[in-house]
Design a protein around this ligand. Sequence first.
Ligand code: GDP
Length: 444
Amino acid sequence: MAFEGLGERLQQTLQKIKGKGKVTEADVKEMMREVRFALIEADVNLKVVKEFVKKVSERAVGSDVMESLTPGQQVVKIVRDELADLMGGEAESITFAKKPPTVIMMVGLQGAGKTTTTGKLANLIRKKYNRKPLLVAADVYRPAAIQQLETIGKQLGMPVFQLGTEANPVDIAKQAIEKAKEDHHDVVFIDTAGRLQIDEDLMQELRDIHDAVKPDEVYLVVDAMTGQVAANVAETFDQQVGVTGVVLTKLDGDTRGGAALSIRSVTGKPIKFAGMGEKLDAIEPFHPERMASRILGMGDVMSLIEKAQSNVDEQKAKELEQKFRDQSFTFDDFLEQLEQVKKMGPLDEILKMLPGAGKIKGIDNVKVDEKQMDRVEAVIKSMTTAEKSKPEIINSSRKKRIARGSGTSIQEVNRLLKQFDEMKKMMKQMSNMQQGKGKRKMKM
Ligand code: GDP
């Protein structure tokens, strides 16, 4: 997960001060010395570290903190607020053009994840804002680049505009926008060329495309794993081309956080999205507040809820609740639930969003056994329709058949049947409790 190294250090430090009923200036000084080390180790830009430490220290020794009843907790809150502020305060949103199509230019160094991110963002925008994007392959230098975008387009069922490798990127961009108008695409993503390093030719080309198409957004894609170097890259791109937002990729592998914590302060430009994996749905809007809470082990319940909501169908959820109540929940429903959970992404990532998860010893090593889930699925899929809705008819010969059909064992089939039975009982109890609660409320 993102930031676990930094998170651990900061949490250890803050733990010492958190419960204190009295906090002295010396306590704050000592704490900030450790915070400073933690940030430097996380590869945060030195200037940013200094400013951060100064700001937090000033606020933490203020009379409102010292005289409060819970000064330790106040200090932790200040650290959290200032961390959020470093990353940009409020979450930012996309600027759509008043007159479509909205043109989004994707820029960045080679290997940062630009092409993948182009696909991810187009997918997100289609899903969240109900838009119809056109992808444009304007990287004519790297031979496989066009092909790569084509492949992503196919995976997403989204058209890709290209004119081969002989065409001029400015012409490609201009013609793509005409094409988008013709075909009623309301968002155009231009995947521009990258280089291994910043070079003048590339910057000139990006400026030319920019002048020709006047994009509504210029998103710079940078690799979080490169730490504060990412902030320097962002600064240069911003000076040379002008960027409106940053997409930080590979946050899933970044334990340190130096890029996330430096970019905003160094460039003044917001981080708008974070890439969290290689799959085309592994992207999230970047919420500084929530990230700060995640770093300090306060969990990120909001993102968890949103993740669940985007995968759950309201109507289905209501039907399911009814089924819990009248105990008509079947193995078919169970299977559907399993699939819903799987859609939310790797379970170990989800676990880590829970508050306090960081404190659970060894949580980083927790690997939810997804293979086990596949086996459970296989067992259910080997049942007949009758068996799925009335598991009590499953006798020993049926068990044998199910075990054989699913490539598992009779013990595994037994275990699942027992768990299912217990789950049903528990659901009944829970829904009774809920109903009871409801009634009490009504009387009041
Ligand atoms: P480009 O050269 O900037 O267009 O980079 P690509 O889109 O080809 O991506 C380079 C590599 O980074 C590919 O292997 C991607 O799968 C991988 N990648 C991109 N974004 C992420 C991310 O958010 N997390 C992880 N783990 N890998 C990513």
